[in-house]
Each structure stands twice: as C-alpha cells, then as structure tokens.
Design a protein around this ligand. Structure first.
Ligand code: NAD
Length: 715
C-alpha cells in the first residue's frame, strides 16, 4: 500500500499516517488527498491486524485546509456542465462533487475502528473538519498550534461536517460565535470549548493519540450513541428560544445579510440541530453546494485568497533584483504614523531609529508604542521578555547622524511640503547613496518630493493606513523616476512587516484616497440633498461599508478634509472641488468648530462614556428630513458605484495597473465590501451590462461623477 501524501508507520497494531504532501510547504486537501484518505480508511478497516489509526503531520503545521483554487476550479466545471448537460444534471454532479469530503469524513467516523488526530501547528478549515471527524483529538499547547474553521472569511462555511459537529460539541451560542467569526483558537481554549479531548506540552501528541487507541479506542462518536443530547437541548425549547432570536438579530447587524456563507452557518445549525446527524450532514452539504456556487464566494476566494496571496508573495516585485537585506530602518517623525511604523517594524525584528524634533516628542512616540506592546502582554500574546526585546530595538533620537547605517528611511513628518523638503535634504546628507528614502505622504506627489534627494530613482512612496498596527494594506507609490531597486526594497520591507502591498503610479490621492474621498463626498452630497444623516450612515453600512461616511469623516478629521479641499482648490482651481461639499465643510469647521472625533465634535457628538450619537443640529441643517423621499437601494448603489467608478478611472489612467491590486487594496485599505471582491470585481458581481445601466441612471440623476469610463464601455 503506497501513498503519495501520507507516510505510513506502524507501532505494533496501530497505524500512524503522517500527512506530508511532497513539494509543498503546507499540507492542503485536494482531490489526491481525498482519494488517499478513502484508500486509508479502506485499508484500516480491511486489515484485521490494524486496531486503529492516528493521523498526524510531518510538516511544521498540520494543514491549512482545502485547496481553494480547487474550489474555484470546481465552480468553473459546474458552469461548463450547465452549458453542456443542462442545469439539472450539472446540479446533481456538483452536489456529489462538493459533498465528497463530507462523506469521506463520515466514513472515518462510522468505520468501526478508532481514529485519532494528533495536531501540531496550524490546523484549519477542511483539515480541522478531518480532525473533528476523528474519535479523539490531541493538540499541542504552544504558540504556533491553532485550530479553527475560518471558511466564513472567504465567503464559505465549514461544509465538510464542521458546522454539524461543532454545533453538537458545545452550547449553540458559543458554536455560532466560533463558526461565524472564523477565528482560530489555541489549545487551552480549544479544550475548554470541547473542540479537542487532550492537550500536551512536552510530549509528542502522536504518543498520546496512540495511548488513547490502546487504552480506550472508542470508535463511536458521541452523536452516534443512543443517549446523546445536544449541549443546548432542543431548538424549540425555552433555552433555544433565548438563543435563536438574538442570534438572528446579531447576524443581521453584523452582515446586513450580505454574506451567504454566514447565512448558511445560521441555517445549517438551526435546521441541523432539529434532525438526526446524517440528515443534518445532508442539509449542510446542500447549503455548501449553494454557497460554493454563489457569486459572493467566487469574488471573495478570488480576491481575499488568490489575489492577496499572489501579492503577498511578491507578484509585483521586479524579478531581476536580488533579495535585498533590510536590517535597520530610520523613521522620521514620531507622531501617529511614525510611531506606528516603528512599532510594526520592531515587532517583526527590524532595528529602528525613530527621530523627531525634540526628545519629548520622541518619548511620546515611544510611549504610544509601549502602550501597544503592553496591551499584547496583558492579552498573553507576548511575554515581558519579548516586550523588552521589541522595545530595545527602537532607538529614539533627535540627531540625524544616527541614521547613517540604516537600509531604508521613511519620513512621516507633518503633511507640509516645506517641512518634508527640509527633512529629506537633511536625511540625504547623512545616509549612503544606496539607501532608499521613502515618504508616507498622503497627498503630495512623489515625483516632486523626489527633487529633494540626490537620486530620484531611489525615492519612493510607502503609504500606510491608520492605525498602522491594524491596517493590513501598504500602498507603494512609484514616482516618475523611481527605479526597480527602490520598488523591490519597499516590497521586501512590506513583506518583513507582514502586510499586503499594492504598487501604484503617482497621482493626487494615489489610489486608495481617491476612492475613499469619493465615498465621503457622496455622504456629504446626500446630506446636502436632505437625506437624514442616520439614513446616510445606515445605507452605507447596509451596502457593506464598515463605517458610514460621516463617521469616517469624523475619524480622519473634518478639518483635514477642509484643508485638503482648500489645497485642491488652490492647486487645481475651483472647478476641482464640489461647492456643496465646500459649503458643508465650511459650516462644520469654520462656523461650528466641529473638527471630528479629535475635539469630540463632528457629525457625531462624542460622549464621555465612549459612545457617540449624531449631532442633533444636523437635522435642522438639511432642507428635508423625510426618509420616505429617498430610495435606500439607490443610496446604497451611490456609495459603491462612486468608489468603483473611481477605481476604474485610476486603472484607465494607468495609476493602478493590475486589477488584483485595485480589488485587494480596496478591501484592506478602505473597507470596500469584501463580498463584492473589491472595487473592480464589483463590476462582475453586478454584471457588466447591469453595472453600466445603473451607472447611466445615476449619471442622469446626479451628474458626471457617475459617468462610466471609456475603458469599461469598450472592454
Ligand atoms: P502627526 O502630526 O501625528 O506626526 C508628525 C510628527 O512629525 C510629529 O511628531 C512632529 O513633531 C514630527 N515632525 C514635524 N516636523 C519634523 C521635522 N522637521 N523633523 C522631524 N520630525 C518632525 O502626523 P501623522 O498623522 O503621523 O502624519 C504623518 C504623515 O503621514 C503625513 O505626511 C500624513 O499625511 C501621513 N499619513 C497620515 C495618515 C493618518 O491617518 N494620520 C495616514 C496616512 C498617511
């Protein structure tokens, strides 16, 4: 009996299958693995000398789960089958195909011999569903080892028995949280949640798994025993009725019903708990086949998994440049952004020189870093020693000489051209000619800032988003003269700090800010039309945006928006700004001193208890406050179309050159709804003809900002 994916060893009468797919750093489930699992079960059952089986891994992780590109492929095959054999035959084939893994796992569970999973490292998605189908699970208690079902994050849900099994292992509300959030848990938590049976620190989990087979080896799952009861009792019971109405409301609040994967979790658990186990699995498989074919899953797998992974692995890195060696960086400006950049760099092992004009400012920056690190310690994510090591990597200074041996400098000083010019010139005087110099500017063109360094080829934009420790995107901006060495260095740096990069060409607002500013503008214009502020905010969230445009404007500062508008008017003339927006910002900032969250007064009032509520005066400022005049669908469309159209324009202008970057950048940079796949995928999501028709209608009603770019019409 030979396997490609599993190395088989025997310890007396126990078979240990070590999963070790050749030529891959991570075990993943594909058709081959499924075939071999089938074969493995058959062998364990048939061979009388085998008492039971342990499944473990030879790699540093157990497995990352199913190969998502395979799922994408099976959707393509489905479309082909519909075209060739008709919808009914295609549906039958697709159901069989997409439920195969679930059936294999059920065979493990009911084969009559005990199976145990020995888990170390990451064990996620389909591979944790494999472990859940084993009769016993042993898990290593260390920092690396995590189990979880994160499928919901790419638009899917655990459809190989995970939903059905987890809801029978713990109370329903806890199961729903685990499935709907999709966050992995460590061994201690997994044990408390009843997800695993045993945890171990200093002993090989395979040894414990073998001992269990030897000593107990009960080959019947709890739900296959006569006396099994669901941990939360029946769905239709007083207890069940405490859970389900709240769960439904929470689901609506968190997703606005935009995510079929999340909806399937709710349905699968609700319906599944009311029927016998095998029927529940069938319901789960039926839901899975539907979700897998949904346009939301297609869009999310494409952008959040495939495109993101490609960009993370350096899809845009110039191939001819050998890997750079970045060990030490300089950060100028210890304010909000500079401190954040210093923190994520030190967190990932880089030495950092953090420079500001006075030691008080440097210390204030270091203190904000200290707070972030201490939070990690209080959450048990870092030890006191690790905290001290991290902090010791950051050298605070007010002297530029400390920068002389750094590999990369990022300036994050005030957004003032004169200040930045002075800083860049001084930096250039001390650093070597091979050092890449970067700016974190949000608005100033990189090409013109490059005039302040000796070699414009080695100057580049590295644009972070706030808060730096949480936002995963970094926008890399090429000035006209930026060379490939600078691009490669910037990309290598972003990889070290484990963020996702997009590379764009220089223009006012680059990519992300152009789209975001349009989103905020749309909110302002709705307000000017008299749309009630609560309706503006709620429709934006119903469309899938994480925060309403008015709340977002408060977060970044209404005064900043006012400054940007004035600067744009000064540079490009009054036609470049919208007079209605100008009027609103003038009211807010100049007439009422409402600068946003920073002074506790913006479109919202910020209360002492940390809560916020819309400023009551807003409703007296807009001409018309009757929500019935407005069509919620139209408002939702306006929010998404204005961003998507701007993204299409940036592609037409050659600012963004790769659709993957527009999509990934929009979700991770400014929260464009993930279920659409991003600003450009949104066109596919809506359907191109439909997209053009809706945009045309919006253009007729609201003006040229909804005009469809020529590149899309002709595409
Ligand atoms: P900030 O005001 O919090 O910090 C700026 C820091 O620069 C201050 O500590 C200041 O003392 C220091 N500084 C000013 N002049 C200096 C000089 N000559 N030498 C050394 N240090 C000097 O500002 P911030 O929000 O951190 O923004 C910094 C840069 O990042 C700006 O270019 C801004 O446009 C950009 N940015 C900001 C955000 C954001 O959300 N705040 C997002 C992306 C990019």
């Amino acid at each position: 009996m030979t396997f490609k994916n599993f190395e088989i060893e025997y310890d007396k009468n126990i078979l240990v299958a070590y999963w070790n797919t050749p030529d891959r750093s991570m075990n993943v489930i594909d058709k081959n693995v499924m075939d071999e699992l089938d074969k493995l079960i058959y062998h364990v059952v048939e061979d009388e000398s085998v008492k039971g089986c342990v499944i473990a891994s030879r790699k540093k992780d157990f497995s990352g789960g199913a190969d998502l590109s395979l799922l994408e492929e099976s959707k393509r095959q489905y479309d082909k089958a519909v075209a060739e054999q008709g919808e009914e035959a295609a549906n039958i084939w697709f159901f069989e195909d997409s439920s195969r893994l679930s059936r294999i796992y059920r065979r493990i569970e009911t084969c009559g011999k005990p199976f145990a999973a020995a888990i170390h490292g990451v064990c996620l998605g389909g591979s944790f569903e494999l472990a859940l189908a084993c009769h016993h699970r042993v898990m290593v208690a260390d920092k690396r080892t995590k189990v979880g079902l994160p499928e919901v994050k790419v638009g899917l849900f655990p459809g190989a028995g995970g939903t059905t099994r987890v809801s029978r292992l713990m109370e329903t509300d806890q199961a729903l949280q685990f499935l709907l959030k999709g966050n992995p848990v460590d061994a201690n938590k997994a044990l408390k949640m009843n997800l695993v049976h045993e945890i171990c620190a200093d002993i090989d989990p395979v040894v414990l798994a073998k001992q269990w087979i030897e000593s107990k080896g009960d080959a019947v799952a709890p739900w296959d025993k006569k006396d099994f009861k669901n941990p939360s009792g029946k769905v239709f019971s007083p207890k069940g009725m405490m859970v389900w109405p709240a769960a439904n409301a929470l689901y609506r609040k968190e997703t606005y019903n935009n995510y079929p994967g999340a909806r399937a979790i709710l349905t699968g658990v609700y319906e599944g708990l009311q029927v016998p186990f095998d029927l529940a699995l069938k319901i789960e498989s039926r839901l899975f086949a539907n979700v897998l074919r949904s346009k939301e899953a297609e869009a999310m797998i494409r952008t959040l998994f495939l495109s993101k992974n490609e960009l993370d692995k350096g899809a845009r890195r110039p191939e001819e440049i050998p890997p750079t060696s970045i060990k030490k960086i300089g950060v100028i400006g210890a304010g909000l952004m500079g401190a954040g950049i210093a923190y994520v760099s030190a967190q990932n092992g880089l030495d950092v020189v953090l420079l500001d004009t006075t030691m008080e400012k440097v210390e204030a920056g270091k203190e904000s870093i200290n707070k972030l690190v201490s939070k990690q310690v209080s959450r048990g994510k870092l030890s006191e020693d690790e905290k001290n090591t991290l902090l010791s990597r950051i050298e605070g200074t007010m002297y530029y000489n400390s920068l002389k041996d750094v590999d990369l400098v990022i300036e994050a000083v005030f957004e003032d051209r004169a200040v930045k010019e002075g800083v860049l010139k001084t930096v250039q005087e001390v650093v070597g000619l091979n050092t890449i110099i970067a700016s974190n500017t949000s608005t100033l063109p990189i090409t013109s800032l490059a005039d302040n360094v000796t070699d414009a080829g080695k100057f580049i934009g590295i644009h972070f988003f706030s808060p730096v420790d949480k936002m995963m995107l970094v926008e890399i901006i090429k000035g006209e003269k930026t060379n490939n060495f600078a691009v490669a260095t910037a990309l290598d740096f972003v990889r070290i700090i484990k963020k996702t990069p997009i590379v764009v060409n220089d223009s006012r607002g680059f990519y992300a800010n152009r789209c975001v500013l349009n989103y905020v503008l749309e909110g302002h214009l709705m307000f000017a039309e008299g749309v009630p502020p609560a309706m503006i905010e709620n429709c934006a969230k119903m469309a899938g945006m994480p925060v309403g445009p008015l709340a977002l404007n408060d977060e970044v500062g209404i005064d900043l928006g006012w400054k940007i508008l004035q600067a744009t008017k000064k540079d490009l003339g009054s036609d470049a700004v919208n007079p209605k927006q100008e009027e609103i910002l003038y009211w807010m900032v100049e007439s009422y001193g409402r600068h946003g969250k920073k002074n506790g007064k913006g479109f919202y009032d910020y209360h002492e208890d940390g809560k916020k509520s819309l400023w009551p005066k807003l409703s007296t400022m807009c001409p018309n406050v009757n929500s019935q005049f407005f069509d919620a669908e139209e408002l939702k469309n306006r929010f998404l179309f204005t961003q998507s159209l701007e993204a299409l324009r940036t592609m037409q202008e050659g600012i963004v050159t790769d659709q993957r970057e527009a999509d990934v950048g929009s979700i991770f940079g400014f929260g464009f709804p993930p279920f659409t796949g991003g600003t450009i995928s949104f066109v596919d999501y809506i359907g191109k003809d439909n997209f053009i028709q809706i945009a045309n209608e919006l253009e007729k009603k609201f003006g040229p900002r909804f005009e469809v770019p020529k590149s899309l019409r002709e595409h």
